[in-house]
Design a protein around this ligand. Structure first.
Ligand code: FE2
Length: 376
């Protein structure tokens, strides 16, 4: 892929500049315990809190951080709330993918002019540390993009949140750095609708496409298109199920999430062997490919810096493209429903998404589906 040319093109036409991912908010059944899980298992640190103690009546949010990744974990405090309904329908899942921009009002107005559906008009929130402007639009399913303008703010997280301090319990980080990409699963024949949405409303470009010939096994198939913003800091692959002999993982997701939503959050590390060994020791469970994957991996990807032995021990996958290679691994779903999971990725030049691993990986997922009784 001619990344430099693409990036130049994007920058020239970029009507919606985005600095990066600001935060990801999950609606969950028990935000206090979820925060404990992300600290204990993934090495996030306590950052901020909002709830009864800060004057909120309907919700309790805990914010955890690791390098540039901020997760907001939110639960309702009473029945009948929109948060509670979201959790009832979807189970725990991502509600907000927040994007850090210089001018949230302008980003929102531009998106609305280009046909977005409003979630929240621009609101300015202030405290003694300054002000933040936020506005939101809907994307697929009930998922929302919030535009966050924080150039006039130097507080911990957002106005309304207090610093969350836990002096007695702060497990060490695991080397997770930033959100590399976030994948959405959309319904049958809906991929191109959402590709058009990201192109026309958000100014993104379709940088890679995979059809069911690229992503299929004997039993299941899916299609995927990768959308990237102008500077390449935001990458949103969009998956759609495809016809196979049996139910694909995307279809299984749509059934259990009861709609479209975020399938996985890919987080980057500089040392995947160390990170994955650490995560495993803390109880994070990963998908496994058969050991035979490693018999031919060097033939497929050529020489790499890492020894194959620890990759095989930990189940880390390797793929190569024109620009370099990448190492990646996928967790099992992190909630009872087989819906959202995490990817850990280390890029060594490669800007792609591991196409060479799709088949081995999807066969691993099918084995999990078989165990769940959902592969039929
Ligand atoms: Fe991914």
């Amino acid at each position: 892929m001619e990344a430099n040319t693409l990036e130049k093109q994007h920058t020239e036409q970029d009507f919606m500049p985005i600095n990066g991912t600001d935060y990801v908010e999950l609606y969950v059944g028990n935000s206090l315990q979820a925060a404990h899980y992300y600290k204990t298992a993934f090495g996030f640190q306590s950052l901020a809190h909002a709830g009864l103690a800060t004057g909120l009546k309907d919700r309790e949010s805990y914010v955890v951080v690791q390098d540039k990744i901020r997760l907001v974990l939110t639960s309702p405090l009473k029945s009948g709330t929109t948060i509670g309904k979201h959790i009832d329908q979807h189970g725990d899942g991502v509600k907000v993918v927040a994007l850090w921009v210089e001018d949230a009002t302008q980003a929102y107005n531009t998106a609305m002019e280009k046909g977005a559906r409003s979630y929240q008009e621009p609101i300015t929130e202030e405290d003694t540390n300054g002000k933040v402007v936020r506005a939101g639009i809907y994307t697929y399913g009930e998922t929302v993009h919030m535009f966050v303008e924080r150039k006039d703010y130097n507080g911990t997280f957002l106005p309304g949140f207090t610093k969350w301090e836990t002096p007695d319990y702060n497990p060490a980080p695991t080397g997770l750095k930033y959100v590399d990409h976030m994948v959405g699963n959309v319904g049958w024949n809906k991929m191109n609708h959402w590709v058009n949405f990201y192109e026309q409303v958000m100014g993104f470009k379709n940088i890679l496409s995979f059809d069911d010939n690229d992503i299929s096994t004997e039993y299941t198939a899916l299609m995927s298109k990768v959308m990237s913003n102008g500077n390449g800091r935001i990458k949103f692959p969009i998956n759609e199920p495809a016809e196979g002999k049996k139910k694909s993982q995307v279809e299984e997701y749509l059934d259990f999430y009861e709609g479209e939503g975020v399938q996985h959050i890919a987080v980057a590390t500089d040392d995947i062997i160390k990170t994955v060994r650490d995560l495993r020791s803390r109880g994070v469970e990963f998908l496994r490919v058969p050991d035979t994957y490693y018999d031919v991996v060097t033939d497929r990807v050529g020489e790499i810096d890492e020894d194959i032995a620890p990759l095989k021990e930990l189940g880390i996958l390797v793929d190569r493209d024109d620009e370099g290679y990448l190492l990646q691994i996928f967790t099992k779903p992190v909630e009872p429903r087989p819906t959202m999971f995490f990817e850990i990725i280390q890029r060594k030049g490669a800007q792609s998404f591991g196409k060479g691993n799709f088949k081995a990986l999807f066969e691993a997922i099918e084995r999990e589906q078989e165990l769940r009784g959902t592969l039929h």
